[in-house]
Design a protein around this ligand. Structure first.
Ligand code: GCU
Length: 657
């Protein structure tokens, strides 16, 4: 086992297969034991180290996917934005990549070739092609791309003056779904997954003049992908989030984890108590000057501590500090600076503890009810994908107006503006990977892909106080292969971050006609049970709520992670008329009455804050490809049901005081 961890550890260091050669050297040179278990020691070891099932072994081996060299906190780094207009070639037949024998071309569009003379045959030209905005999905930018699923080639030209003794990376906030990135005709790498960031080093490839960065983005749905072919959200394609050049010193602070020390040994779910004054964490340098004296400074808390990093550029630390704890009422963020001789990075970090006790969720040791709402990454008042800080402020601002202290970001990691804005506004966050409905549970690549998306999500947001829950999945069918798959994700999540709670949005079953029971077998592996229910919409009429008595087989907190029904804003009728605001309002009134009777309920996140686009919703004059379950319309108008939840949460808020 030690050797496996050693290989994984070194692969991460040496950046994927390229480093395989050095692995071999090292294997010969220094048998010993590294591995990210060291990282755990800084925060907490998981109980049993042994690998059980095939899936366990895979998770063991793949705990750190090869391309895991993500740079975190790009917001506070020296960057050059490549956002703006990019030339594009829409290539449904991937003619820019494959030849007529469907073999990859060596001189594809990524070469950006220009005819050298009047006779040379070149059948594409980026510089005469149309443009698309980045960040942005392509579907909402051009009518003829509204339903488009396929490949689009993006090209951005730029000059770049690299400062001495620096390295440069190209960083992409997200690209949906599969992307291949090239600079000056050279392939930098590939990325799968439409909702997490990735970066490639370009130090040796970038030049002073006329660089051309080309990204092949393909959002074609695939059965073995994550998500798979059917979802209830629009498959927005493109460079949907920012693209930046990140300039760093030769050896720099690539990754770090700074949080309050979590409960020891017994773990959170068993009521282990997290520390409210001991900060614990680690720092990962990237470069060749790896042994450094690294200082962590939190001036407002009078903290200035220095630690030594080892030959792998890894340092762990633990120290006490007098802190104001972060909470929705007091979203206190500290300015934290990490620095050593040649690099320094600062971040705004809040400190809070989150744990469970029986069916209660405890924030900073006190029970809290999660007054929540589910949110899709739909730009407010727009048919496009959200990406900006302004979008985040509008969406979370509406949730605040509804008296929420919690947001379920569904069904994939949202752009980084969301958790960072939630940190500032004081909104607790549920963050999820798109293991949605029925993916291929027995496909090893699907598992690796899900593990990679999970790793990237946690890597990017692990220092956000607002994020309290990592969700492994949504509405997945109970079954052996599925259970094993999800267990492997939980193991990975806990090994990367023992400070947060693990959950998933599951479905209920029935003990009796009116007795829903939460008994999904996967429930035993999570800290908090999410349960989606649509009583009064997909299941009967709103009055059905009156007859229900909820039960659970677990002594754990339950969040009703989805509830609700549709309404077209402005359509008014009696409460029995579907799609009317009165029907939705009455449904919510009945739901609230039912929810108040559930003794083990620790939170709710109704489906959903705003109407959102979905290809599964064609009903003319009502849906027109919008899922109308929003409490706020696609034009930003509040429906009557919005006020039912606002009043319910106001009452809960009062009760908590
Ligand atoms: C499901 C699912 C959502 C979907 C919603 C709906 O429960 O999780 O993604 O949009 O129901 O049907 O509106």
């Amino acid at each position: 086992m030690k050797v496996v961890k050693f290989i994984r550890h070194t692969l991460v260091r040496c950046g994927g297969l390229g480093g395989l050669s050095c692995v071999l050297i090292l294997l010969v040179a220094m048998p010993g034991s590294f591995g990210c278990s060291e990282r755990l020691s800084a925060l907490q070891r998981t109980p049993n180290g042994g690998a059980e099932s095939e899936h366990q072994r895979l998770a063991e081996v793949n705990a750190y996917p090869l391309e895991q060299n993500l740079i975190i906190n790009v917001d506070h780094r020296s960057t050059v934005s490549l956002n703006g207009k990019w030339q594009v070639i829409i290539d449904p037949y991937e003619n820019g990549y494959y030849d007529y024998r469907y073999l990859p071309k060596t001189n594809g569009y990524f070469k950006n070739t220009k005819p050298r003379n009047k006779s040379e045959l070149i059948e594409y030209d980026f510089d005469k092609s149309e443009v698309l905005n980045v960040p942005g999905d392509w579907n909402s930018q051009k009518d003829r791309l509204f339903f488009y699923e396929g490949t689009v080639w993006y090209k951005k030209s730029f000059d770049y003056q690299r400062k001495p003794n620096t390295r440069v990376f190209v960083y992409l906030g997200a690209a949906n779904y599969h992307s291949i990135v090239y600079l000056n005709g050279q392939k930098l790498g590939e990325h799968e997954g439409g909702f997490t960031p990735f970066n490639f080093e370009i130090t040796k490839v970038v030049r002073e003049k006329d660089n051309f960065l080309i990204v092949k983005v393909d959002n074609k749905r695939r059965r073995d992908a994550v998500p798979t072919v059917n979802t209830d959200w629009w498959n927005y394609g493109g460079l949907t989030r920012r693209v930046e050049l990140v300039e760093v010193p030769q050896t720099f602070i690539r990754d770090y984890f700074i949080q309050l020390k979590p409960a020891q040994g017994r773990g959170l779910a068993e009521g282990g108590k997290g520390s409210t004054k001991t900060i614990a964490g680690w720092i990962q340098l990237d470069g060749n000057q790896t042994e450094q004296a690294i200082t962590v400074e939190i001036p407002e808390a009078d903290v200035k501590q220095t630690f030594k990093s080892n030959a792998d550029g890894y340092a762990e630390f633990e120290f006490d500090a007098e802190l104001q704890l972060w909470s929705p009422e007091n979203p206190k963020l500290y300015d934290v600076t990490i620095k050593f001789e040649t690099d320094s990075v600062h971040d705004s970090i809040g400190f809070r503890t989150i744990e469970t006790k029986g069916s209660k969720i405890l924030l900073n040791g006190k029970p809290i009810f999660l007054r929540g709402i589910s949110i899709h990454e739909q730009a407010p008042k727009s048919d496009s994908r959200a990406h900006s800080q302004k979008h985040a402020e509008t969406l979370l601002g509406w949730a605040k107006e509804m008296n929420c202290n919690f947001a379920r970001l569904a069904h994939y990691p949202h752009n980084e503006n969301m958790p960072r804005t939630a940190d500032r506004l004081g909104m607790l966050v549920w963050s999820e990977i798109p293991v949605y409905w029925t993916i291929l549970w027995e496909n090893e690549d699907t598992l690796k892909n899900a593990l990679n998306q999970l790793t990237e999500m946690i890597t990017r947001d692990k220092n956000r106080a607002s994020v309290i829950l990592w969700s492994m999945a949504n509405e997945t069918p109970v079954g052996k292969a599925r259970n094993e798959f999800l267990k492997t994700l939980v193991k990975q999540a806990k090994s990367l971050d023992p400070t947060r709670l693990i959950t998933a949005a599951m479905e209920k079953s029935y003990k009796g006609a009116n007795t829903p029971v939460i008994n999904d077998p996967f429930g035993q592996y999570v800290d908090v049970l999410g349960c989606n229910e649509y009583i009064g919409w997909y299941e009967g009429l709103p009055d059905k709520c009156d007859s229900y008595t909820w039960t659970t087989i677990y002594d754990k907190p339950v969040i009703i992670s989805e509830l609700g029904g549709g309404a077209l804003y402005g359509f008014h009728a009696d409460k029995d008329t579907r799609w009317s605001e009165e029907y939705q309002e009455y449904l919510y009134e009945k739901q609230v009455e039912m929810l108040e009777k559930i003794p083990f309920l620790a939170g709710t996140s109704p489906w959903i804050l705003t109407d959102f686009m979905s290809p599964r919703r064609p009903l003319p004059q009502i849906q027109d490809y919008w899922n109308r379950k929003g409490l706020i319309s696609d034009k930003g108008k509040k429906k009557k049901a919005f006020y039912v939840m606002q009043r319910f949460y106001e009452k809960l808020k009062q009760d908590e005081q």
